[in-house]
Write a protein that binds this ligand. Structure first.
Ligand code: FMN
Ligand code: FE2
Ligand code: FE2
Length: 385
């Protein structure tokens, strides 16, 4: 189990290393953690719960930390089942516990649990506080980060922000890996659509002196907080994070793939800082969405398929639209053997997005890449570099 957050704030969460897909769709090669914390004071507060897959482990962790004491409050920041699945266990084990959250969450709770919590509920609003003794909890509402009932809690003695899913990442806690890579994949795929509410929350949180961030997934952050907050600032404002070109392609027989590869080589030869090439059918889609947001330029390359675009490209474009893709420069390569249409379709999709600069130099390939196409690819690379 992870070490304590401070002398009086304990980690009681659990790693999940054999879940096949998080939220039924995201591969998690290094698992995921469901974080939960306990603040031990005159009054004891439990900060969120875990997924039902880890109920037993969590209850065990909890009772070890509590010893012979009983918890006074259960703070629920978010109703999603990966953090609130164990409510019935808690009520059964600790019948006097009071549940602290906001009206929106209490309104949603009966959808998940057949239990009446009216007599034990403490409803808090923006700016309300709860005294535990030495610790004081301050509640900040974070609607639509990424569910409507979400709130975060600031503890002013240890100066901890309990940030709900904010600042979360994929990967179990014993995984040694770069934070940004899996935090970014998590952010854009799960929270990406809600940049504006995240910005609002960041502004609110800036009023507090935060020394530690305790998210619901991934490591507790206690050093270089400006780095993590800076990343969230960039991501939630939809600004590109790095200079570079992401080339996302799909291909039936390999010719569009070849064009994409040749463009990548041309860009590198022209000194582009970073070029990332992904086959949408073979790479993790969530990773491709992440890369589209990470870099300032995107190229989509696709054959015409039954008068449309390939389903995997349709899927990719759908993801970008859903996640409010914007503020980028894009270019298009299309292919077709009898009536190329892919470029027109892609262009229309980009036109429907906000602040997208579409380069005019669309490259149209007829079946295979020929010398004339190479000239066009070179001209496109010149514009993109
Ligand atoms: C199932 C299928 C449907 C296709 N539909 C179209 C089409 O509607 N219009 C067209 O011009 N080409 C169509 N094509 C041809 C491909 O777009 C064309 O051969 C292209 O060069 C394939 O590029 P690739 O080598 O990257 O797969 C289709 C090919 C397949 C296999
Ligand atoms: Fe969530
Ligand atoms: Fe979560």
């Amino acid at each position: 189990m992870m070490k304590n957050v401070t002398d009086s704030v304990y980690y009681v969460g659990a790693d999940d290393k054999d879940l096949d897909l998080f939220e039924g769709q995201y591969v998690i090669p290094n698992g995921v953690s469901y974080n939960s914390y306990v603040i031990m004071d005159e009054k004891i507060a439990i900060m969120d719960m875990v997924d039902k897959r880890k109920s037993a482990e969590w209850m065990e962790n909890l009772s070890r930390v509590l010893g012979d004491r009983k918890p006074d409050y259960l703070i629920i920041s978010h109703m999603e089942p990966d953090h609130s699945a164990n409510l019935m266990d808690v009520i059964e084990q600790y019948p006097d516990i009071r549940i602290v959250s906001n009206d929106k969450l209490f309104g949603m709770l009966p959808q998940f649990f057949d239990v009446d919590v009216k007599d034990r509920s403490v409803s808090v609003k923006e700016g309300d506080t709860l005294e535990l003794g030495n610790h004081t909890l301050h509640f900040l509402m974070a609607p639509m980060v990424h569910w409507p009932e979400v709130m975060v809690t600031y503890e002013s003695t240890d100066r901890i922000l309990f940030s709900a899913d904010g600042f979360g990442k994929f990967g179990a806690l014993d995984t040694e890996e770069d934070w940004a890579c899996e935090a970014r994949r998590y952010y854009f795929n799960i929270v990406g659509k809600y940049g504006v509410p995240v910005q609002t929350l960041l502004k609110k949180a800036a009023a507090f002196d935060i020394q530690i961030i305790c998210p619901l997934h991934g490591p507790v952050l206690s050093e270089n907080l400006e780095y993590y907050i800076g990343k969230y600032q960039t991501w939630s404002s939809y600004e590109p994070e790095d200079k570079g070109v992401f080339i996302a392609y799909s291909s039936l027989h390999g010719n569009t793939a070849q064009a994409a590869e040749e463009l990548a080589e041309l860009l590198k030869a022209k000194g582009v800082e970073k070029v990332v090439l992904s086959d949408l059918a073979r790479e993790d889609m969530a990773e491709c969405v992440e890369d589209a947001f990470r870099y300032d330029r995107l190229v989509t390359a696709c054959p015409t398929y039954d008068g449309g675009i390939m389903p995997v490209m349709e899927d990719f474009m759908y993801h970008l639209k859903m996640k409010a893709y914007q503020k980028r420069t894009v270019a298009i390569i299309e292919n077709g053997s009898w009536a190329p249409m892919a470029g027109k379709i892609l262009k229309e999709k980009f036109e429907a997005m906000k602040d997208i600069t579409i380069l005019e130099d669309m490259v149209t390939i007829r079946s295979t890449v020929k010398e004339a196409d190479r000239k066009n690819l070179d001209a496109l690379a010149e514009k993109l570099k």
